[in-house]
Write a protein that binds this ligand. Structure first.
Ligand code: NAD
Length: 265
């Protein structure tokens, strides 16, 4: 058994860093042509494209703010113009703007909901329209695959991060609702809920003493790396996961298992 995305095209948002970069590289290693979306780091996106090409894959970078409807639509159009079709969309772009609820500005609330939740909705809508419009291709059993990057905070409340947790809780229900809505057409919608993965989004929490505290929340005993998430994404996108519909795969070393209850309660 071999995972293959040969002949397919995968669009990954927020792919110039962290998890998105690893997902883009993973999809390319499995044989997909990859569209590397970036927001504000064209050089970093070019580096990802270069790394994919060096490894023998094919990719190109497209800038777009996923929360901007016209930029997002232009990105999908650019992908189709370049590669002719899109088979896999990974709505990965996300951000945090943390503060206690009483101090949180409306701008910070809106910024996180706009990118994390509305951005994923816009991506999902464009993906569904594209999958329908291009019709069946002989590269996959599905008409198309959409993967929503969520977080363990779709189920674990997170004090001091109400905008982020609300966005991820929203993604969970959006993903399941979309999956229910479009599965009969052959579109598979699923989610991934990473736990603590060492990337730019959580640099402080995953180093030194903070990392020791964090490890108490991870039964499997290590902080994750972006490739842990990429491996799940590649599998979900492949036909090996053809009967997986509307599922959230937790890639979290057991973080969502309420480890504080070991020996307690
Ligand atoms: P990261 O900061 O490296 O990646 C986030 C990416 O999103 C960046 O490339 C950034 O440029 C991009 N982005 C932000 N706003 C954007 C916009 N408006 N339009 C397009 N792109 C935009 O952090 P990461 O950890 O790789 O995060 C990737 C995803 O994984 C996020 O959705 C995050 O919530 C989720 N996640 C991460 C962790 C973790 O522990 N690292 C845990 C759970 C979930």
């Amino acid at each position: 058994m071999r995972i293959s995305l040969d002949g397919q095209t995968a669009l990954v948002t927020g792919a110039s860093s962290g998890i998105g970069r690893a997902v883009a590289e993973g999809m390319a290693a499995a044989g997909a042509k990859v569209v590397v979306n970036y927001h504000s780091q064209p050089d970093a996106a070019d580096e990802v494209v270069a790394a994919i090409e060096e490894a023998g894959g094919e990719a190109f970078a497209v800038g777009a703010d996923v929360s901007d409807e016209s930029e997002l639509q232009a990105m999908f159009a650019a992908c189709v113009e370049r590669y002719g079709a899109i088979d896999v969309v990974v709505a990965n772009a996300g951000m945090q703007k943390d503060s206690a609820a009483a101090e949180m500005t409306l701008d910070d609330w809106r910024a996180v909901i706009d990118v994390n939740l509305t951005g994923q909705f816009l991506c999902a809508r464009a993906a569904i329209r594209q999958f329908r419009g291009q019709g069946r291709r002989d590269v996959s059993r599905a008409l198309g695959k959409l993967i929503c990057m969520s977080s363990v905070h779709e189920v674990i409340p997170w004090a001091g991060h109400v905008n982020y947790a609300a966005s991820k809780g929203g993604i969970a229900m959006m993903m399941k609702t979309l999956a229910q809505e479009v599965a009969e057409e052959g579109i598979r919608v699923n989610g991934i809920a990473p736990g603590a993965i060492r990337t730019a989004i959580n640099e402080e929490e995953t180093q030194g003493d903070a990392a020791k505290q964090l490890l108490k929340l991870i039964p499997y005993g290590r902080i994750g790396v972006a490739e842990d998430v990429a491996n799940a994404a590649v599998w979900l996108a492949s036909d090996l996961a053809d009967y997986v519909v509307g599922a959230t795969i937790f890639v979290d070393g057991g973080m969502a298992l309420y480890p504080e209850f070991r020996g307690n309660g």
